[in-house]
Design a binder for this molecule. Structure first.
Ligand code: 8IG
Length: 273
């Protein structure tokens, strides 16, 4: 009988434990301290987070499959930060709209938690509702609206989300970049972008940012007891706020243009987390 790690079975937490064990063995580390997930536009920041210990394809680890979105890598890098922490960097994520189920969406977060990471930095590219935030602006996530109708939690798992995004970590982020604004992130299922009416709805509900990731991962992270820092890169003004239609290409372009700022921000963070 052969073992195929990509078809490993088990409960979500067994699969996360298996992936965590594989990471520890493969990279010769005792565990992780911090985990970064790099979303649309953020991949260039991966190079400045620390001294590389090793890297592999995510698809080679138990429970992961290759991400499908252009502009997203699908690798795990493990580095030692300037602050002497062992950090995992996921250069891509599984999105809820891919239809692989919510367990697949949060598997990376649960793997990092199983490997001991107590801090999770979730980044994403998103649409902005505040016209003052031009494309290329990074924004700290202060709270979220999970509009997916889904949850990574099963059964009577009543997790408190009063401070889903840690105030402590936002304050640390502002020691790196003092002027970072903050806002509420709404996750839509996607993959289509919103209609202008949906963007107006999100605004009435209190959203400042609209995207297709992050909230389900935050919920899983809070269940696992991790502190979460969320940072959105506004890559486009949301539909109807922007006078022009949305294209995935503009999203990638905004990410490229913002790359130096994002590198500086994340490498600064890696030094203080
Ligand atoms: I990048 O405008 C990016 N991702 N839902 N809306 C949603 N997701 C996004 C957007 C956007 N831009």
């Amino acid at each position: 009988m052969t073992t195929n790690t990509q078809t490993s079975s088990g409960t979500p937490s067994e699969l996360a434990a298996a992936a965590a064990a594989a990471i520890q063995e493969r990279f010769g580390i005792d565990g992780l301290d911090v985990s970064f997930v790099l979303g649309s536009g953020w991949s260039a920041a991966a190079d400045d987070l620390g001294t590389e210990i090793g890297r592999c394809e995510l698809a080679d680890l138990p429970g992961f499959s290759a991400p499908v979105v252009a502009g997203h890598g699908g690798a795990l890098r493990v580095v030692r930060t300037a602050n002497d922490k062992v950090a995992a960097i996921f250069t891509g994520r599984t999105h809820f709209y891919e239809g692989r189920g919510v367990e697949a969406v949060v598997h990376g977060v649960r793997t990092a938690a199983a490997a001991g990471a107590g801090v999770l930095v979730l980044t994403n590219g998103c649409g902005g509702l505040n016209p003052d935030w031009s494309p290329g602006t990074p924004v700290l996530i202060s709270d979220h609206l999970n509009l997916t109708g889904a949850s990574p939690l099963a059964g009577a798992t009543f997790i408190d989300l009063t401070e889903a995004y840690a105030v402590r970590l936002r304050e640390l982020a502002r020691t790196v970049s003092a002027e970072l604004p903050e806002g509420v992130y709404a996750q839509f299922r996607g993959p289509q972008y919103e209609t202008p009416a949906e963007v107006r709805m999100a605004k009435v509900m209190g959203a400042d940012l609209v995207g297709m990731s992050t909230t389900l991962e935050t919920i899983a992270a809070r269940e696992a007891g991790m502190e979460v820092l969320g940072i959105s890169l506004v890559t486009n003004l949301a539909a109807g706020i922007s006078p022009t239609p949305l294209h995935h290409e503009e999203v990638i372009e905004a990410g490229k243009a913002a790359a130096p700022r994002l590198r500086e921000l994340l490498s600064g963070l890696a030094g203080v987390l």
